[in-house]
Design a binder for this molecule. Structure first.
Ligand code: B12
Ligand code: SF4
Length: 470
């Protein structure tokens, strides 16, 4: 059977004028996971439109498309094209789960929720000639999960080919997050068995890993064993975690010894009323500065995530947040405008009070104001968002922020990392077009390692020094 798997891109990622590096970071891991359930003699073509041009002139037996909200229109366009040719089209992923009726207009079969249970069921039905119109995930387990078919991934087109997930979902419930809607009807947080996770990690070539788990530290016992198992593997890795998890004694140290060098942390807002409103209780009464200091003291760079436009924000939120982030010596920041994704508790609340201003999914990219805010116009929100990015990544602020670190090496690493992402965008643009992204992985590894060759020993040394200082 000929199977074509497609991750469609949002318009920006295909621009002939400008290619942001963020779309050439990670390969389509979800589709590579689904591909692992196909037979050995199936002919699989896996395409990621973010990094390659799609050829739509083929005639596969089955087309499989992953749909995110921002690429939904493109996904439907591709689906319609293949359906006109009489080819069976499957649509699944986050947006399909949020809005199944919309997606069903463009598909022969839709999938609700994660695919590990429904996709093999569909394949059996399809091969026997009786595919259904809709499959709903109910069984949530990663037991017997095959390794993703990474052989189908064009590694040279990505800066971070070794992305991996060892869990699904998250133990928390924040109003604006996609997670509750996506995992409805079953468990919303579950992990691989430690040995299975370690085996997949060992199978990945090179040093660098990026855990794409929503909250890698969500099950402390699981990750403690994982980090113990990773000790000695010589890995350098990045991941996402909560403020709370960075404050837990002992766990972060284990993570660092096993190779953690940069963590994406959801600070979201500096305002406790906002946190209450979004039910982000796990951030309440946590000392953000202590969390950052702890990470920095252990040699972990911080990628801080902030959301603008929660109800208690006003026009001062942009400058205050940037000023605070610079003072803290945060290396990189990701800013968002509050965006209620369909299916979330936030969306329900906003919709009920008539505050959602558009249903144009292209604008749900967290850069557009698509809600009415009690104190700010859409223009103010969007202008503030762009100003925050501009200000945070001014050389003056990058330099200032790097001085929050004590050692010269950490200051240099800060400059190289922050500057590398945001100050050399024209270089990235050229590198992407020249298909040379993969050549920069060794540079990323060097920067993460703080320009030191022996990562693990230096981490242990750093932890020992910190303990002595205490
Ligand atoms: C990596 C990532 C990216 C990467 C690349 C995405 C990629 N290559 O897949 C980059 C950096 C480009 C990116 C960009 C953006 N992202 Co993003 N990203 C992620 C992240 C962290 C991991 C995705 C992943 O690999 N998951 C692991 C794999 C195994 O799971 P999966 O992909 O979901 O696939 C499973 C199921 O969904 C299902 N499935 C999926 N498709 C199909 C199809 C069929 C037929 C079937 C049966 C099943 C099925 O089966 C798979 C196995 O269970 C997620 C968070 C998350 N945890 O998912 C956010 C996330 C997907 N991103 C999000 C957003 C908002 C964005 C941006 C708009 C952000 C921005 N402001 O720039 C952009 C635009 C994305 C776009 N192109 O349209 C949201 C999506 C919200 C939504 N409702 O769609 C998420 C959920 C983050 C969040 N918490 O809000 N992102
Ligand atoms: S902690 Fe993060 S991943 Fe978990 S529910 Fe909240 S926003 Fe979502």
């Amino acid at each position: 059977m000929k199977v074509k798997m497609i991750l469609p891109a949002l318009t920006e990622a295909k621009s002939p004028f400008w290619r942001p590096i963020k779309y050439s970071l990670f390969p389509p891991l979800g589709l590579a996971t689904l591909a692992s359930y196909l037979d050995e003699d199936d002919e699989i073509n896996l395409h990621d439109e973010h990094v390659e041009t799609l050829d739509l002139n083929d005639e596969p037996d089955l087309v499989v498309i992953q749909v995110y909200i921002t690429s939904a229109y493109r996904a439907y366009q591709i689906a319609d094209h293949y359906r006109k040719k009489g080819i069976h089209v499957c649509l699944g992923g986050l947006h399909v789960t949020s809005l199944p009726d919309e997606a069903a207009n463009h598909a022969d079969t839709i999938f609700i929720g994660p695919g590990e249970d429904t996709w093999p069921a569909f394949l059996r039905d399809f091969r026997s000639g009786h595919p259904q119109k809709k499959y709903v995930s109910t069984t949530r387990t990663l037991e017997n999960l095959p390794f993703p078919r990474r052989d189908l991934i064009k590694r040279n087109l990505y800066l971070v080919p070794n992305s991996i997930v060892v869990s699904r979902g998250c133990p928390h419930v924040c109003d604006f997050c996609y997670k509750e809607a996506f995992f409805e009807g079953g468990k919303s947080f579950y992990t691989l068995a430690t040995d299975r996770a370690l085996a997949e990690i060992e199978s990945l070539p090179g040093k660098h890993l990026y855990f794409l788990d929503d909250h890698l530290f969500g099950n402390p016992r699981f990750v403690e064993h994982l980090f113990d198992g990773m000790r000695g593997m010589g890995r350098l890795w990045q991941a996402a975690g909560t403020v709370q998890s960075t404050l837990r004694p002992g766990l972060l140290e284990k993570a660092v010894i096993s190779g953690l060098r940069s963590l994406f942390v959801g600070f979201e807002t500096l305002n406790p009323t906002n946190l209450m409103q979004q039910h982000k209780y796990q951030n309440l009464n946590r000392d953000y500065s202590t969390a950052i200091r702890r990470l920095h003291d252990l040699g972990v760079m911080v990628n801080a995530s902030f959301v603008f436009g929660m109800d208690d924000d006003d026009e001062s939120v942009f400058d205050r947040t940037v000023e605070w982030a610079v003072q803290q010596g945060i290396e990189t920041s990701t800013f968002h405008i509050l965006t209620p994704y369909p299916g979330t508790a936030l969306h329900k609340r906003m919709q009920e009070t008539g505050r959602v201003t558009t249903q144009n999914w292209d604008l749900y990219d967290t850069r557009h104001a698509i809600i009415q805010h009690p104190h700010m116009s859409a223009e103010t929100l969007e202008a503030g968002y762009w100003r925050a990015y501009c200000d945070f990544y001014r050389w003056k602020n990058i330099l200032l922020s790097s001085r929050a670190h004590e050692g010269m090496t950490d200051q240099l690493r800060h400059l190289a990392y922050a500057g590398g992402w945001k100050k050399f965008e024209p270089v990235w643009d050229w590198v992407i077009r020249a298909k040379r992204v993969a050549n920069f992985l060794p540079v990323l590894e060097k920067v993460l390692a703080g320009f030191k060759p022996k990562t693990e020993e230096s981490a242990e040394g750093k932890i020992a020094l910190n303990l002595d200082a205490d």
